[in-house]
Design a protein around this ligand. Structure first.
Ligand code: SAM
Length: 256
């Protein structure tokens, strides 16, 4: 069997477009996320919003269709290309930027910032903290942040599963380092031509840092962001965080 190393540009499209489209109920979920965000942040037509790590742009597009002026930052060129095409197809203007979020340098530019689907914790603790500070700088005074993060209090272990996908077979494994609170995901896809697609060596080293609510509150404080409240995910009506070890938590903060 031929083994092919694929970089994030390839896997990004694989996960965020091909695989995502096959998730049952995803369109409804996207609508819910946006409905929740608009209600919680209080976004209105003509205001500005930054969607950080916007992926294939589903949420960005739904927000922009409500008249919010959206900017989406995404590192994978394949996803930016896809997101731009989707916006063009429905004649909606969105400022998509293909860049590393660590390098953004906005100053009091946005009314809102959204970081959705666990798009936080990709870097070292110091860099994650510095990213929060950059978000704070990017917001106008009174601007709000919606942060949907993986909850470190949710019990995690090591897992492995096979599934059939796109006339091929997909193996996913996840390992959790309890001490460092870092999760690593690996995958392998045997496509219909029999090729074994694997991540590059660099990707294999990547881990995501999971934080508790207490840690996040400290980090927000350090970044001069005022913690407002937290919810258990995107259910409507919003469900208050009850220390119930939910998989994801949604934090709302504000730039004073
Ligand atoms: C978990 S996905 C979430 C995508 C989208 N927010 C959603 O909810 O569907 C995280 C996204 O962040 C992007 N990403 C990862 N590291 C990044 C970085 N350093 N700068 C910009 N985007 C990044 C990934 O390519 C991926 O599309």
């Amino acid at each position: 069997m031929k083994v092919v190393e694929r970089d994030w540009n390839w896997w990004g499209y694989f996960w965020r477009v091909l695989h995502r489209q096959r998730i049952r109920g995803i369109t409804q979920w996207d609508k819910k996320v946006v409905q929740f965000s608009i209600k919680e942040l209080g976004c209105t037509r003509g205001q500005t919003l930054l969607d950080l790590g916007c992926g294939s742009g589903e949420h960005t597009l739904l927000l922009a269709r409500k008249g919010v002026h959206c900017t989406g930052i995404e590192i994978a060129p394949s996803l930016v290309q896809y997101a731009r095409k989707q916006a063009r197809l429905v004649n909606v203007k969105i400022d998509y930027r293909c860049m590393d979020m660590k390098n953004m340098a906005y100053n009091e530019h946005f009314d809102f910032c959204t970081v959705i689907s666990g798009t936080f914790g990709f870097f070292s603790d110091r860099q994650n903290q510095s990213l929060l500070r950059k978000i704070q700088r990017a917001l106008r005074p009174g601007g709000k942040l919606l942060l949907d993060i993986r909850n470190a209090r949710y019990p995690r272990g090591n897992g492995r599963s096979w599934m059939q996908f796109n006339r091929g077979y997909l193996l996913t494994t996840s390992t959790y380092d309890e001490k460092r609170r870092r999760e690593h995901g690996d995958c392998l896809f045997i496509d219909k031509a029999g090729r074994v697609n694997i991540p590059t060596q660099n990707m294999k080293k990547e881990t995501i840092r999971l934080y508790t609510l207490t840690e996040m509150r400290q980090m927000l404080h350090k970044a001069h962001l005022k913690y407002l409240h937290v919810y258990c995910g995107f259910r409507l009506p919003p469900e208050k965080y009850t220390l119930s070890y939910k998989h994801n938590i949604v934090i709302i903060a504000e730039k004073p």
